[in-house]
Design a protein around this ligand. Structure first.
Ligand code: PMP
Length: 284
């Protein structure tokens, strides 16, 4: 595949980053993942706005204007079989420092990287049966609203879920369900769609935002409110959302069925609205 690195488009095998890059040594960088359907980027403006927020969160200024990002991502899609469903991963690190030192180097140029990956279609089985999730203590840091490349806790949490035969870990902090290891969380409580409010403990998901917007537009009762662990365990429906996996129904939690153990009617309604939104984007 063709990737973008610091102003150049080149084959992935030929793209190299020096070992003194702060991303490699410190995980000192941020990233985004933007899905594209039929060559059209979904919610690009919102992704770029969140990227700017993440950069500000680690005290970096944006290396590129939004217009320049748009041109790079569109070119990358064009060069990578862009009519299929693909996601664009983009990463900015603080750059290559003269030596390894925790404090920011002076006058360093950021490393800017982007690549594409196919988005596999959601397996029919997931749509029919949902997935399993487990709850785990949220061991992450205090700035989960920053989309930092420092994902070791998320990696360990997701692997623990996979090891126990589950697709996702739902993270619990101070008695509340927060989000997944790589997804946001929704539950249905007494007919109302509920997701935790934004704050430093979770990522402001672009899919979360879109789902809330679709709920508002179509008059589905919804609210942003803290979800206690007991509410999570008693919920009729649980979903996790992300740009590449969309809205996934969780039908088993810690080995117990969620609701009647199959994807619920509210999810069915919302996934339909989500698919319609994607189809409209594809058709321009
Ligand atoms: N929370 C976390 C921790 C994530 O890593 C992600 C993205 N994979 C999400 C939520 C979902 O965000 P988005 O809808 O923007 O993909």
């Amino acid at each position: 595949s063709i990737v973008y690195l610091n102003g150049e488009f080149l084959p992935a095998e030929q793209a190299h980053v020096p070992v003194l890059d702060r991303g490699f040594l410190f995980g000192d960088g941020v990233y985004e993942v933007v899905p594209a359907y039929g060559g059209r980027l979904l919610r690009l403006e919102q992704h770029l706005a969140r990227l700017e927020q993440s950069l500000a969160g680690i005290r970096m200024s944006p290396p590129l204007e939004r217009e320049a990002w748009a041109r790079i991502l569109e070119e990358l899609i064009r060069r990578n079989d862009g009519d299929t469903d693909i996601s664009v991963y983009l990463q900015v690190t603080r750059g290559v420092a003269p030596k390894r030192d925790h404090a920011f180097p002076a006058e360093v140029r950021p490393t800017v990287f982007a690549m594409t990956s196919p988005i596999p279609p959601v397996p029919a089985r997931v749509l029919e049966e949902g997935v399993a999730a487990i709850t785990l203590d949220d061991i992450r840091w205090s700035y989960c609203n920053i989309k930092a490349i420092t994902l070791l806790p998320n990696v360990l949490l997701r692997q623990q879920a996979v090891d126990s035969g589950a697709a996702e870990a739902i993270l619990i902090r101070d008695g509340h369900a927060i989000e997944g290891s790589a997804s946001n969380l929704f539950v249905v409580l007494e007919g109302v769609i509920v997701t935790p409010p934004l704050g430093p403990q979770l990522l402001p998901g672009i899919t979360r935002d879109l789902v809330l917007e679709l709920c508002a537009r179509h008059g589905l009762p919804h609210r942003e409110a803290a979800i206690t662990e007991a509410e999570l365990r008693g919920a009729r429906e649980i979903w996790v959302t992300s740009s590449t996996k969309e809205v996934v129904p969780v039908t088993r939690l810690d080995g117990q069925p969620v609701g009647d153990g199959s994807p619920g009617p509210v999810w069915r309604n919302v996934i339909g609205l989500y698919q319609d939104h994607k189809a409209a984007l594809r058709e321009g």
